[in-house]
Design a protein. Structure first.
Length: 356
């Protein structure tokens, strides 16, 4: 019975949400889509906050809503974090955390609370009031508060949107940790391709209140028909493990199922998982094995498909290395000079410094 099964209709003046989808019952699902496509409305319906929504919501076997049942919001086991941390200003951080936990009936509530404090690293902030925290710290507390009650589903609605880029970078590792360590399924709404690519296992794309794409992130992003116009951000995600570090050069070797990629050492220990994003604009193609080049990564690949790209002078080429797909954006001119066609063997090159 694992999985999240949703079939919802909700009408509000000129906007209608009409969605039917299944999502994995664990891991992070990124929800992406243009402004006004219904992302927040969907989360509100799942949380039971839109009383006129019709249909069904079943989360890992628990029916929250169907023709007969309709749990009110407070009976749905949900953690909900918004753009702005909505902490109680007159309570300190500890009291804010306890507010939800005290209402929890779980026998393990103390250990959930402890784990949430550790995961978000907010132990040193417990005695402070929200007014004495930075925006990033407030958001870490809000996320910890929602995790502390060990919800069946965590809804994060653009949790980093109100933060500047420095604060965003500070919080992302905590979200990555939740992704790796927590078994609570997370729905993560964001406008940032980078956040979604870094954190999600699965991708749900909305447009005009409907689902236009639903699938695992790796295969969804490596297709030749990008789900939305990603512009410069068109590229693939790859799950690797740090296999070696060359301290002399401050470089790390990232191992994936079909090869290795060298990148700058970012202090991630050997043996740790490391998700990387390889953008199509950073992948070049050559007919022969590259020699005497500054580019550290050369992989033997087969052309899997070629499609028109956003500009009439460009093509998007899908390349297969073993079972792993990469995308390369190149000019039609270059493709013609190389004689690219489906099945042709080529070398792809990826600059180490371009890997995110
Ligand atoms: N309180 C409201 N009253 C009336 N219409 C609303 C209300 N909230 C949202 N809408 C409308 O519902 C539609 C969906 O809005 P929603 O906030 O779900 O979109 P979104 O994808 O989350 O957008 P964004 O990315 O800008 O946050 C939009 O047309 C919006 O204008």
């Amino acid at each position: 019975m694992e999985g999240i099964s949703v079939n919802l209709r909700f009408k509000r003046s000129s906007f209608t949400l009409n969605v039917k989808f299944e999502l994995p019952g664990k891991g992070v699902t990124g929800i992406f889509g243009p402004s006004g496509s219904g992302k927040t409305t969907l989360l509100r319906c799942l949380a039971g906050l839109e009383k006129n929504s019709k249909g069904s919501v079943i989360v890992n076997g628990n029916v929250w809503q169907d023709e007969k049942i309709r749990l009110p919001a407070f009976k749905r086991s949900i953690g909900y974090v918004f753009q702005e941390a909505n902490l109680f200003r007159h309570l300190n951080v500890r009291e804010n955390l306890m507010y939800g936990v005290e209402r929890s009936r779980s026998a393990e509530k103390e250990s959930h609370l402890r784990r949430a404090i550790e995961s978000l690293d907010i132990g040193p902030l417990l005695d402070r009031r929200p007014d004495h925290l930075s925006g990033g710290e407030r958001q870490r507390v809000a996320i910890a508060r929602s995790l502390a009650v060990n919800p069946s589903l965590l809804l994060l609605d653009e949790p980093l949107a109100s933060l500047d880029s420095v604060r965003k970078k500070e919080i992302l590792p905590y979200l990555e940790r939740i992704h790796l360590e927590s078994r609570i399924p997370v729905l993560y709404v964001s406008h940032s391709h980078d956040e979604i690519a870094r954190l999600s296992d699965h991708l749900l794309i909305l447009d005009g209140g409907s689902v236009i794409r639903n699938g695992p992130i790796a295969s969804t992003l490596s297709g030749l028909n990008p789900p939305v116009n990603l512009g410069e951000n068109c590229g693939i995600v790859l799950d690797t493990v740090v296999g070696a570090i060359e301290e002399e050069w401050s470089m790390a070797r990232l191992d994936f199922s079909d090869g290795v990629i060298w990148t700058l050492d970012r202090g991630i220990p050997i043996g740790s998982k490391n998700r990387i994003v390889v953008l199509a604009k950073d992948v070049s193609v050559t007919a022969d094995r590259p020699d005497q080049t500054s580019i550290q990564n050369a992989l033997l690949a087969k052309v899997d498909g070629i499609a028109e790209d956003e500009h009439p002078g460009l093509l998007l080429v899908r390349l297969k290395v073993g079972k792993t797909f990469f995308l390369s954006r190149l000019t039609k001119r270059a493709s013609s000079l190389l004689g690219l066609s489906q099945g042709k063997e080529v070398w792809i090159q990826i600059k180490s410094v371009a890997i995110k």
